[in-house]
Design a protein around this ligand. Sequence first.
Ligand code: GBH
Length: 449
Amino acid sequence: QEATSADVTAGLPADFFWGVATSAYQIEGGAAEDGRTPSIWDTFARRPGAVVNGEHGDLACDHYHRMPSDVAMIADLGVDSYRFSISWPRVQPGGSGPVNRIGMDFYKRLVDLLLAKGVQPWITLYHWDLPQELEDAGGWPERDTALRFAEYATLVHDALGDRVDTWTTLNEPWCSAMLGYDQGVHAPGRKNFGAAMHSVHHLLLGHGLAARELRARGVSDLGITLNMGVATPFSDDPRDVDAARRADGLATRIYLDPLVHGHYPADVLEDIAARGVTMPVRDGDLSAISTPLDVLGINYYSSHTFRGGADPAFPVVVPQSLPVTAMGWEIVPSGLTSLLVRLHEDYHLPIVITENGAAFDDVADADGFVSDDDRVAFISSHIAAVGAACEAGADIRGYFAWSLMDNFEWAYGYAKRFGLVRVDYDTLERTLKQSALWYRDVIQEHRGR
Ligand code: GBH
């Protein structure tokens, strides 16, 4: 790699921090152990055709049993922070009732081992693994799920609040609502736009009610993680401009306007009303949802250009003939800079990149080593894009690479590899890729500046 680490981190502040990220269902395994009950992903993965090759997270990376050595590996990368999620059905089986001590002890040990190694734990409470019983009772389209989530949040905080400072409520509610309830490509696999919009509101409400509880318990580093990109109109034809407005509305403003400004964007409410849907808002909901955030987590993978389609309600993505990752997602680091500058201007929040990374067609040598120059180039160009946003005035505090290691890539199963560390799924052996060694150097050089 020709660009030096110093070039890559040039625009970043001296106290910028570095991390790696994972999520519970994607790495843990131990699906039926120590009292854990099924989540919607355990169920969905069993549905024929839902996941490539019928794969599921029963074993995944077996992190549930290899956690101590995984923590040693994390520390060895030299990161400041490790972002992971709590499996709701592991710590509160069925999604209601008392805490499952054995399940919670797993996370206590994880946190203690991280702290002993000087790595800060960054907890995400919900990364898509809703207890199946709550889906059976209606799932996120139902208001009660938001109340259950707030209760679950307090139960986790009661157990871990003495040793964890940083709390994220939800990971990517857009994916939960749109992929899970509208497109049906994620759990629970429903296809109903109205249910998806009701899910948006109840996810936000769950976030807000949990945020209130955590605030009342003294949490001062509280956030939510959203996935987004920039939506660019294909041309200045008003139909294309409208398409980009709609795409941005359903991906960005429908979350950030209520979270930051305390109201849904009027144009988005009109768009969804035209599809026969109204948000199930009750008095007081928006004040809970707009509980002040200390930090906004942004997961960035790509950005898109849109044009108006035959039906204006459905913006059409126009491929830009850019290089793509193994997911087929176009590589658009400049979009990250524009996104961060725009978020700074419109919402004025400190931001942490809670996920960024890429799947490529890794080839391991006889020792399991992967020379993933493509991943190094992807991550380095995106870190540089964050630096450019900082230089333009955005307040970006840190960066988490997605992911620590190869894992269960949802509907794509194990075929798509996002890790800095390779996982051999026959032996479950972990091997640092070139990108992991490079990332460690970047962190070290940035610290030395
Ligand atoms: C994240 O979601 C998840 O938080 C994480 O669990 C997951 O493993 C990781 O990303 C990698 O997928 O087809 O060009 O329109 C990613 C959310 C939403 C990002 C859809 C890409 C579509 C790009 N994704 N988006 S494109």
